[in-house]
Design a binder for this molecule. Sequence first.
Ligand SMILES: [Zn+2]
Ligand SMILES: [Zn+2]
Length: 665
Amino acid sequence: MSAHYQLKPSIVRVLLPKPFHAPFDYFVPKESFVEVGHYVQVPFGKSLVWGVVWETNVLSTLPEHQIKEIRSISSLPPLSPAARKLLEWTARYTLAPLGSVLKMTISVPETLKESEKDFLSNAKSLDIKPSLLNHDQNFSATALKEAVAKKEFQPFLLEGVTGSGKTEVYFEGIKEAYGKGRQSLILVPEISLSAAWVDRFIDRFGITPTIWHSDITPAKKKKAWRSIVNGEASVIVGARSALFLPYQNLGYIVVDEEHDHSYKQETGVVYHARDVAVMRAQLEQCPIVLSSATPSLETLYNVQQGKYKHLILPERHGVSTLPSVTLVDMKKVKGDKVIKWISPPLKEAIQKTLDNNEQSLLFLNRRGYAPLLICHACGHHMECPNCTTWLVYHKASQMMQCHQCNYSHKLPSHCPECNHQGLSPCGPGVERIEEEIKTLFPNARLLIMTSDTLSSPKKTEASFKKIHGQEVDIIIGTQVMAKGHHFPFLTLVGVIDGDMSLGGGDLRAPEKTYQLLYQVGGRAGRQNLPGSVLIQTHTPEHPVMQAIQNYDHKRFLDLELESRSALKFPPFGKLAALIISGKDPSFLEKYVHEMARQIPHHEKVQVFGPAPAPLFKLHHWYRWRFLIKTEKEIGIQKVIKYWLDSLSIPSTLKITVDIDPYSFT
Ligand SMILES: [Zn+2]
Ligand SMILES: [Zn+2]
């Protein structure tokens, strides 16, 4: 009998798309071969799960009988080293489990078990129209093309006023990347914006890009995922979740409207897509373009620090000019008994616009009729039973609705506290503005645009058609109206309550208000017709209002940077929030005070709280917050991890870590 040498089966570590921080050990089947990055299917609990090989040739500390064997190995190209590093960086940065981050990559696990034959490529070559760029556009486009050609990490800020032709400029980078056989990823803030973007793209390049967002059908999602992992998809346009897809050879990234707050994901893995995109570009060694008319303070700070290159488009493309901005001081028109929410100057401007057969947009970021119902006899406010919020009165449906948890209830005829008959609506919502406009301009044709009326892409499309076809005179809308759309006959924008987003303890409130007012104002006069913007405000002297009126973005940001620098707020220091929530309010309160006793002490770390969150009760859950502020050189993640590791967190409580918070509710 000859000596037979039996090699032990090798062991690998497989990361699973589940909320665990580390991968698990598995045997490689005999005569099989796996590499780091391969997609494999493994038994986990009672089911089979697709994961990614994270480490090979492992010496396991587990007894052999506890280690299971890989069931199947996908023939797809492995997850690239850059993509794996991105997942690890994101987990470290956000303190989320590595497996939860992987879940954003393996977002369509069904795709992995299907044979490649089901996915025949229908890749077409681009049929690119030549572009007509002006001098400034050309200068910026050349810089982008050169960076793409070199395939080096280089962040750019592409700044230009609304309508200055930023899209045309970053399209040039796509063309270059395509020519080199590399993938381009374009992140856009919202689905509504990507529809307009896609039309423009098709017009220019003659093909449909691969589209990725939460609302596409499962079949389309599978197809898109497959073409991305195969490297067949050359241009991908998507919402923030597109950032974690398994690209094969990413050569160019664009973050359109980089200042947009929807880039921040607030649930699950809490991350900011703009920041992760910059990291992805660095790991992929490719250029990234952050595009905006109102760049975020963080991005401008990076320009000042010399980290980002600044490309500026100073003029509006074509003949149109920026709309004029007028502030209407509401303190001065308050005495006028006739007015409710529309001031005399705004009323006059609407009349003039009607006379010219042009369109007006009235902006108020508040759905429903009134944000609050109050009893005049006893002062009782109608509150949501599940949340610490007021119920919004929707007059058309005679309902009271919670805009946080969607609780709704028929309007009661009597006060539930004192039985007084009738509750009074306080403050305006979109429905109330509609009511006033109907009495002021009975013959005008109105269109309401809110998330209530634009509940499907079809309805949105129909509304846009009406505006383009000039079947509408006055549009009354919320924030859904503020973005990206281009209406040639819209020449007047009236902002009902310019001060609305200025309140609260949010460090970004002035910046958010500036960006919002600028975006809304930018809807006015985008073609040959000059536009004007009227902003009703109680604080015309506020720096935000002054900056908007004079288009002085730079001065405004300098003031903001100064005040953040004095307080050591980001980008001059680091900030994180811990939100602890539970269903039993007294247990929760006891626990957060216990947590406070374990706060790590360090001279460069400050912890504020525990404090009840402004939104103390949300969907039956009670919430407390800590705010952690550190000096810039401190690893804030390490501080938090050290603190959390020292605690034993009861399973009835949820802890959310939010690094660099944008929401302070
Ligand atoms: Zn009452
Ligand atoms: Zn509620």
